[in-house]
Structures are given as structure tokens and as C-alpha cells.
Write a protein that binds this ligand. Structure first.
Ligand code: FAD
Length: 371
């Protein structure tokens, strides 16, 4: 008899588990309480960012996720760009870190190069006079997440044994079944809880006892610019991603940044910029951690992000066209995956933190293969 799976949440992890389970022969039903996904997965930069992953950690998972994104984007006619990424460097210590990263990682990663200022200017004509060089990597890609995450259900339901129920909140989940807000019961052999950062909705006790926090991020989007650019990050990203732990001078850089950018460090700011198909730039971000976040957005945080951006690039005139806040669940034990059986046949799928778009498809494939 065909096995059945229920999935709660149609963000990237819900979609990834739906696909992985359907490929294993399950008949899958996905429940999303909103009329379309509206959590972390549509509020992000849309970056698939293997450069940030540690080669002794999740780099292979990120590369596999990238491969699946490419396949889905081609098959489902979803826009993507694989322009790669540029990390803009503006002082001697950042150049030193870049060289250490290159020496250690060039053997583990395809398409990694160190650029001088002239090579940087060829990719980013608006690089500021402070920018003295860059790390270029060609493995990063971008999707327009607010469209891609909402197009994928159409593709999955047309090509796999997957049914989607939008506008359907799951109010209880127990071994063998879930109940919706209307009281309808759906039975299945297994259930995947892919409900993202809203930890109070189901299994609150498990979330409350877990080593997790919620990160809240300020994001904004510009009007279109005319040049076509790779995704951008700056020196502060050395402090943000596990990939750079191989750099010996990281502690010195941390000290320098504490002196030079105390407000940026205090607000967890590093710069990321992605460009979508219309030329708009998505810019961020800051990181504030805790299990509760006030709904009021602080403008001065946006100013700090913009000031740092103008140290690195001076794009042509643009306006900010949108501002929003995004949140994601982050593990505080250093792990990037939380896949656990919390009741008989009920599995929780969470934990990639700020890298769910980069790791999601691969995480689902690996954890389902190991079930
Ligand atoms: C601002 C921001 C920028 C980011 N940038 C990037 C990036 O560029 N690259 C990258 O790799 N990662 C990025 N991330 C991280 C990435 O977005 C997340 O790791 C990922 O989206 C988490 O996906 P998810 O499916 O677990 O959660 P979500 O996308 O939040 O999905 C959970 C879904 O479950 C639904 N749901 C919850 N409870 C129920 C219920 N009871 N019944 C029915 N439905 C329910 C919700 O409505 C929601 O749609 C970013 C995150 C943020 C916030």
C-alpha cells in the first residue's frame, strides 16, 4: 500500500521534504496556513550561498542544494541568476584574510579567485574608491524567493504525488494524523513539522526546551539599477560565516571591527546585496536574537547598513522601495540542522538558520535517505 506523509508548512523546508518524500514513493499532503507561503522563505535575499559554508561542514550539502535549485528552475521555468558572488575588501587585514581563505580553500571549491581593484571594477563598476580587491566565487546563485517559493508548489503538484492545502492551519498533530482548523483529520504514516520560526504554534514545549533563538533581520529593496551585478558582501561577512574559520587572522579582524564598527557589531550587521530580474537590489542585514521581538522597526539600523554599503559601493541613484523584517530560527549549539522524531512518526525539520535556501533541498534529501 502507498505510504502517506503530511507536511506542515510550505516554506523551503516543507517543499524540500515534500519532494524528497514523493521521490521515496510517498503520497504527500502539504498544509500551509496562509494563502501562500509568507515566512522566512519569501523574506530573504534568495541567495544560494555555498561560499559561506565550511568545507568540513555543509559545503557539499550546499552544492547539492544548488544543483537541485538549478534543475527545478530549469524545469519549472523559474528565474535565477548564477552570477556568483563578490566579497569586497577595503583594507590590508581583509586582503590578508582573503589570501588565507584562498590558500586553504582553493582545493575544496571550484571557481574561487582573488581579484585586484581593476578586476573588481570590471564586475562592479560602482565599487567605491575604498575597495582595494575582492574574493570572487562563481558558485553562488540567486532566485527571486517571493516568486520561486510560490511557483514551486505548482511544479511539484503537477509532477509528483504531492497535494497542497493552502489557507489551512494545522491545529493539532499526533502520531498518525493531523487536524486542520476546520476539524478535518488527515491520516498519514509520517508527519514533518516544517513550521519555521513560529515556535509557539505546535509542540511549544519542545521548542521552549530546545537550544534555539529567533533572529530578527532588517531588510530593504531598491528601485532597479541598470547594471547587472553579482551578489555582494563585505569584509564584515568574514565574521558571519563558518567558512572563514580557516583564516588565522580572524581574531585580529574581530578586534579591528570592534574598534572600527562597534554599532555594526552590536547590531549583528554585515552587508549582503542580491539583484533580481528587474534590476532591484535586496539589501541587508542586521541580526537581533531572542525568543521575543518587538514589532517596531528601528530606522537607525537601516542607516547603519546603508552607511556601511556606501563604504563599499556607490550605486547610481536609487530609492528604497520596500522595507521589511524577516525572522528565522537559529540553533544556539552551533548546529545547522535539527531533524528529530518528536513523537512516533512525527519529525521536526528545522535549524539551517540563515542558510535554509542554501541547504534546504540537500538537508531533506539526506535526512529522508537516512530515515
Ligand atoms: C531576512 C532573511 C534573509 C535570509 N536570507 C537567506 C538567503 O539569502 N539565503 C539562505 O540560504 N537563507 C536565507 N535566510 C534563511 C532562510 O530564509 C530560512 O532558513 C528558511 O526560509 C527557513 O525555511 P522554513 O521552511 O523552515 O520556514 P518558513 O519559510 O518560515 O516556512 C514555515 C511555513 O510554515 C507555515 N506554518 C507554520 N505553522 C503552521 C501550521 N500550524 N499550519 C500550517 N502552516 C504553518 C508558515 O505559515 C510558513 O509559511 C534568510 C532568512 C531571513 C529571515
Amino acid at each position: 500500500m502507498t505510504k502517506k506523509a503530511n507536511i506542515i508548512g510550505a516554506g523551503i523546508l516543507g517543499l524540500a521534504y515534500a519532494k524528497a518524500l514523493a521521490e521515496k514513493g510517498y503520497e504527500v499532503t502539504v498544509f500551509e496556513r496562509s494563502q501562500q507561503a509568507q515566512g522566512s522563505s519569501i523574506r530573504n535575499f534568495g541567495m544560494i550561498w555555498p561560499i559561506g559554508q565550511n568545507s568540513s561542514g555543509y559545503l557539499q550539502r550546499a552544492m547539492r542544494t544548488r544543483e537541485i535549485w538549478l534543475e527545478i528552475c530549469h524545469k519549472a521555468n523559474i528565474w535565477f541568476s548564477n552570477n556568483g558572488s563578490i566579497q569586497i575588501l577595503q583594507n590590508e587585514l581583509e586582503i590578508e584574510l582573503a589570501e588565507q581563505f584562498y590558500q586553504s580553500e582553493n582545493k575544496n571549491r571550484d571557481g574561487l579567485s582573488l581579484f585586484n581593484r581593476q578586476q573588481l571594477m570590471e564586475k562592479i563598476p560602482h565599487a567605491s574608491p575604498n575597495a582595494v580587491g575582492a574574493i570572487f566565487s562563481n558558485t553562488e546563485m540567486v532566485v527571486e524567493s517571493r516568486e520561486a517559493i510560490r511557483q514551486i508548489p505548482v511544479y511539484l503538484s503537477a509532477n509528483y504525488t504531492i497535494n497542497f492545502h493552502f489557507n489551512t492551519a494545522i491545529t493539532t498533530c499526533s502520531p498518525g494524523k493531523v487536524a486542520t482548523h476546520t476539524g478535518a483529520i488527515f491520516e498519514a504514516d509520517i508527519c514533518i513539522l516544517a513550521s519555521g520560526y513560529e515556535t509557539q504554534l505546535l509542540y511549544a514545549d519542545i521548542f521552549n526546551a530546545a537550544p534555539i533563538t529567533i533572529s530578527s533581520l532588517n531588510m530593504f529593496r531598491t528601485t532597479p539599477i541598470s547594471s547587472n551585478i553579482p551578489s555582494i558582501c563585505g569584509g564584515l561577512s568574514f565574521l558571519h560565516y563558518p567558512a572563514y574559520k580557516v583564516c588565522e587572522s580572524l581574531p585580529d579582524y574581530n578586534d579591528l571591527c570592534l574598534q572600527q564598527y562597534p554599532a555594526l557589531i552590536e547590531n549583528g550587521i554585515h552587508l549582503l546585496i542580491s539583484q533580481n530580474h528587474t534590476g532591484q537590489l535586496t539589501i541587508g542585514d542586521s541580526h537581533h536574537y531572542g525568543n521575543y521581538h518587538e514589532p517596531f522597526r528601528e530606522d537607525n539600523i537601516d542607516d547603519l547598513i546603508m552607511d556601511y554599503m556606501f563604504e563599499l559601493i556607490k550605486p547610481e541613484t536609487f530609492k528604497i522601495s520596500q522595507r521589511w523584517t524577516g525572522q528565522y530560527l537559529k540553533m544556539t549549539n552551533g548546529k545547522g540542522e535539527w531533524f528529530a522524531e518528536i513523537e512516533d512518526g512525527v519529525f521536526l525539520a528545522n535549524g539551517p538558520g540563515g542558510a535554509g535556501m542554501t541547504l534546504g533541498w540537500g538537508m531533506a534529501e539526506e535526512t529522508i535517505a537516512n530515515l
